[in-house]
Ligand binder design. Structure first.
Ligand SMILES: [Zn+2]
Length: 264
């Protein structure tokens, strides 16, 4: 059984792809759990409806996050943080706050705006005793500093880890789980691969970040949860373990960090 710990189903189906088709493909590859991540507060209603439809029909369990990504930091609306809190409190499928974090690669407002949006949501997560899902790009130093000074009660996941061993060491010390996406399979990803080999057995996860970042074999095509199998095969080779063992380890790690029971 595979657990895709970062996926945006509402974006996957935007290209008029049927959700039932996507989930059947996923189940064919033994993907039985998906953590569907917020890409903004506005799509929460659609995402909540997807959970009902999919879980009831197919028996693939979808968990939700609530949160405001850093790219909204200069487009904030009054009461946005309260809305995140309400979404998280009002829906039992919500098991984390995210994706939140820092992205200095793109030009999303001031760094200070990003940092304050990030901190405000760490506080929501701590109030609700939920883990966070962290998006980070070109912001390693500020990320580590922010997380040191605003500690999370439940830790969380560093999603789509794309740095090297020095950063991964600091994030592991802070208690975070490290999630690897399709980009770990790319030829030029030596640094990420080094980190993926370094993270201990009980602290790594796999994800698709669908519809983005398809693994090498599907590069250029929109990503979907089924393609996580390719990343799993690659990582099992890299870590020198059986695929089944990797699937069990990463699914168990996902359940640990998200605080969910052994349902499957
Ligand atoms: Zn994402």
């Amino acid at each position: 059984m595979l657990f895709d710990t970062h996926c945006h189903l509402s974006l996957v189906i935007k290209n008029k792809i049927d959700i039932n088709y996507i989930i059947k493909n996923a189940l064919n590859k033994s993907v039985t759990s998906i953590f569907d991540i917020s890409a903004g507060i506005a799509d929460f209603v659609i995402r909540r409806a997807l959970v009902k439809e999919v879980t009831e029909k197919h028996g693939c369990t979808i968990y939700l996050s609530a949160g405001i990504p850093p790219y909204f930091c200069d487009k904030r609306i009054p009461g946005d943080i309260d809305e995140v809190k309400e979404q998280a409190e009002g829906e039992k499928s919500v098991v984390g706050i995210g994706e939140i974090g820092l992205d200095y690669f793109h030009d999303y407002g001031e760094k200070s705006q990003q940092i304050s949006l990030f901190i405000e949501q760490i506080e929501v997560a701590n109030k609700l005793n939920l883990p966070i899902v962290v998006h980070t790009r070109e912001a390693d130093a500020d990320l580590v500093e922010t997380l040191k000074h605003h500690q999370t009660l439940k830790n969380g996941i560093i999603h789509c880890f794309s740095s090297g061993i020095p950063t991964v060491k600091k994030l592991l010390d802070l208690g975070f789980y490290i999630s690897f996406a399709g980009n770990v399979t790319y030829k030029k990803s030596g640094r990420i691969q080094d980190a993926a080999g370094y993270v201990p057995d009980d602290r790594y996860l796999i994800e698709t970040d669908s519809p983005y970042l398809s693994p090498a074999v599907y590069r250029g095509k929109p990503n979907e949860p089924a393609y996580i199998a390719e990343t799993a095969i690659f990582l099992a080779g890299l870590r020198g373990i059986e695929l089944e063992f990797l699937a069990d380890q990463t699914a168990e790690n996902a359940r640990m960090v998200l605080g969910i029971g052994d349902e499957k």
